[in-house]
Design a protein around this ligand. Structure first.
Ligand SMILES: CSC[C@H]1O[C@H](OP(=O)(O)O)[C@H](O)[C@@H]1O
Length: 321
């Protein structure tokens, strides 16, 4: 599969994730405005992919007659929770003094590293899952999308599935649909189908019942920001999954590159949680889902305390707070 995000002909090229699973189409982003819009619409999404978007966005700005520092700030602030976005911006911005080509070279190096780091992190995590889960083959549960589409190309939590599936060790993946934007139903199911991995899509509300019925050997999730004490910000619903997993004695494994760890935060209480547009809940494809005027609570992420996490695994292995 091609990279989720790349650079070609002086443009940031992304797979338009809002069009999947029905249409596979590319978007060529030639301005910072187009990039910020794509980030905010989740046409490009997922912490590592956002890190790459941040770096390539600075490369885009550096080649145009704009205030690069100001444009970099707009990109970094496009979505607040995933630490990787600002991290990617800062990394590319650090080369600005050496000129636009140096900024682009740094951004492209970040893309190559992302694929390698997520492949390594997920390989380590696969061994952790095998050690924590005696039953074979494995029945896994995923939430949101932490696959190829959430990174430059390999995937973090779903990267574990690629490693285990290649060894014939996956019986099934239960895919949380992940309301309201359905990253699981639309994106994770699409990726698993591409790789012929057995899977079933389920309502997010079925996850605890699946565990109660013994259908889950391990929960696998990605992360958007990990605090120094191991608290994990991830897609809304992750915290409830962790509580259910602890209640049912199911291992709960978080997979992320170390660029997702924010050591400036002592714990998860300091993580900014993105609140998203009410229309994501009040309508779908233009069809009203609630009475007119209904108010909503639509946080895009929640924070899972490290005490509920079996392991956080990066390219360095188990993360130890
Ligand atoms: C591998 S990071 C994936 C992470 O990002 C997702 O959020 P969003 O779809 O809003 O970008 C979700 O939290 C995933 O776990």
């Amino acid at each position: 599969m091609r990279r989720t995000i790349d650079w070609a002909d002086d443009a940031v090229v992304i797979i338009d994730q809002t069009a999947l699973p029905g249409d596979f189409r590319l978007l060529r982003l030639r301005t910072v405005d187009q990039l910020v819009d794509a980030i905010q619409r989740l046409a490009v999404r997922g912490a590592p992919a956002l890190g790459a978007a941040g770096a390539l966005g600075v490369a885009l700005a550096a080649r145009q007659n704009v205030d690069v520092e100001a444009e970099a700030g707009r990109i970094a602030n496009a979505r607040p929770t995933a630490v990787n976005l600002a991290w990617g911006v800062e990394r590319a911005l650090g080369k600005l003094g050496q000129g636009p080509e140096a900024v682009l070279a740094e951004a492209l190096a970040l893309l190559d590293e992302d694929e390698q780091l997520n492949e390594t992190a997920s390989r380590h995590a696969a061994e952790v899952v095998l050690a924590e889960c005696p039953r074979r083959p494995l029945r896994l549960l995923s939430h949101c999308n932490a696959g190829r589409l959430a990174t430059v190309g390999w995937g973090s939590a779903l990267g574990v599935v690629w490693h285990l599936h290649a060894r014939g060790l996956v019986e099934e993946v239960l895919v949380d649909e992940t309301r309201p934007l359905l990253q699981g139903a639309r994106l994770t199911a699409w990726e698993l189908a591409q790789e012929n991995v057995p899977h079933r899509v389920q309502p997010d509300s079925a996850a605890a019942a699946a565990m109660a019925r013994g259908l889950v050997d391990c929960v696998l999730v990605g992360a958007d920001r990990i605090a120094a004490n191991g608290d994990v910000a991830n897609k809304i619903g992750t915290y409830g999954l962790a509580i259910a997993a602890r209640h049912h004695g199911v291992p709960f494994v978080v997979v992320a590159p170390s660029s997702t760890v924010d050591k400036t935060l002592a714990d998860g209480t300091g993580i900014a949680i993105e609140e998203r547009d009410a229309r994501e809940l009040t309508e779908y494809a233009g069809v009203p889902l609630t009475p007119p005027g209904s108010r909503v609570f639509n946080p895009a992420f929640d924070v899972t305390p490290y005490e509920l996490v079996t392991a956080v695994v990066t390219e360095h292995g188990r993360f130890v707070p």
